[in-house]
Write a protein that binds this ligand. Structure first.
Ligand SMILES: Cc1cc2nc3c(=O)[nH]c(=O)nc-3n(C[C@H](O)[C@H](O)[C@H](O)COP(=O)(O)O)c2cc1C
Length: 385
């Protein structure tokens, strides 16, 4: 869904607007009107497919890097799970469901790319239309239902990625549509066995609202049954990537407490907060607001931050948090860092602002570090303002 209408003027604060003199910023606004003629999903596949193709053409990646240069800055490089992230910002799951655009996405500035969600077998997802733009709200509603080519096809795509990789690769695993909750654990084990070897980290996605019953896996007992064998499988594997769990924003504090208790007890490495929400704030204006599915973007921002802050405070920072939900500019990125996020991911913000967003936020964070006199971004994590 890398397509959107022009952002609302107030969405990107004036101080974060970017000079177009130093790199090829106009590209996205120029192609946008053409893409507007397509359905959101067609445009998405066109763009992600295009990025993938461009990265396989000689000089394509270099051209992307030149268009969206991302300065390397040690002060903005998180060190987590023994991994050094090139920068704080990454691509959230769901944007590259084929693992074919990974290099292109890294070339426009993503320090990490989380591909998937992958299920063991191919599946078509829900009937279209299933993705809706809410431009007046800077939001998206989707009910995709994990369309993907399955773990074997993903493995083939991942095998083509050159090594060493100048970015961190996350692999997001889900359960198949027809897999019962009782058998869900097996799907994650299959995903891990097939794809884990390619991953710098693995995400256990139990929070997408569009696979019936999936969110029930966030319950204490299911979660235990799901994670224990997965962590055992990792312990017996020659490659042992960190395992993260991605949660929903629609949990009660009690439910979140239960989840945190399990994650800390079984020894999961981190948490991604949050997935899309089923809530529909009264403030939504766009015609598509009553579509069913998960809402992302600006209306999710405050709730995702609230969840991050709660997790950070209730774990005393023991569980690294990847913050996602409504990040679209420097203030929304800083808000998540101060709440407790050590890494950030973006999906909807990219749709509305275009690829220049990575550089824009990166430069803004650099300026902020300088302003507050901090030597490294990690000094700000969890220091709520
Ligand atoms: C069209 C679309 C598809 C998504 N697909 C997935 C997915 O397959 N797996 C997943 O874990 N999250 C998926 N997400 C959720 C995002 O990864 C992210 O958690 C959420 O959109 C909030 O971030 P944002 O406000 O920056 O978009 C999807 C989001 C969108 C908009």
């Amino acid at each position: 869904m890398l397509l959107a209408q022009t952002p609302k003027a107030e969405f990107i604060p004036a101080e974060n607007k970017i000079s177009t003199s130093c790199y090829n910023l106009p590209m996205y606004p120029v192609i946008r009107p053409i893409l507007f003629r397509l359905s959101p999903e067609t445009a998405h596949w066109w763009l992600v497919g295009g990025l993938g193709k461009l990265s396989r053409v000689p000089g394509g990646l270099a051209a992307l890097r030149a268009s969206y240069p991302m300065p390397s800055d040690p002060a903005l490089q998180p060190q987590l799970w023994g991994l050094k992230f090139p920068n704080l910002l990454g691509i959230a799951a769901g944007l590259d469901k084929t693992a074919r655009a990974v290099q292109g996405l890294a070339a426009i500035g993503a320090g990490h790319v989380e591909v998937g969600t992958f299920t063991p077998l191919p599946q078509p997802g829900n009937p279209q239309p299933r993705v809706f733009r809410l431009p007046a709200d800077q939001a998206i509603i989707n009910r995709m239902g994990f369309p993907n080519r399955g773990a074997s096809a993903a493995q083939q795509a991942l095998a083509h990625l050159p090594r060493p990789r100048p970015y961190i690769l996350g692999i997001n695993l889900g359960k198949g549509k027809d897999t019962t909750l009782q058998n869900a654990s097996q799907d994650y084990l299959t995903g891990f066995a097939t794809l884990g070897t390619w991953a710098d980290y693995v995400t256990v996605n139990i929070s997408s609202p569009n696979t019936v019953g999936l969110r029930a896996l966030q319950g204490k007992d299911y979660l235990h049954q799901l994670l224990t064998p997965l962590l055992q499988a990792r312990a017996h594997s020659s490659h042992q990537p960190p395992i993260l769990v991605k949660i929903a924003p629609d949990l009660t504090w009690q439910e979140l407490d239960d989840i945190l208790e399990v994650l800390l007890a079984v020894g999961v490495d981190g948490i991604i907060a949050t997935n899309t929400t089923l809530a529909r704030p009264a403030s939504l204006q766009s015609a598509a607001r009553s579509e069913s599915g998960g809402l992302s973007g600006y209306p999710l921002r405050a709730r995702a931050t609230e969840v991050i802050r709660y997790i950070y405070q209730h774990t005393q920072g023991r569980l690294p948090i990847v913050g996602v939900g409504g990040i679209a500019d420097v203030p929304s990125a800083l808000e998540k860092i101060y709440a407790g996020a050590s890494l950030l991911q973006i999906y909807t913000g990219l749709v509305y602002a275009g690829p220049a967003l990575f550089r824009q936020i990166h430069l803004g964070l650099q300026a902020h570090l300088h302003q507050v006199g901090a030597g490294h971004i990690s000094e700000l994590v969890g220091q709520s303002r």
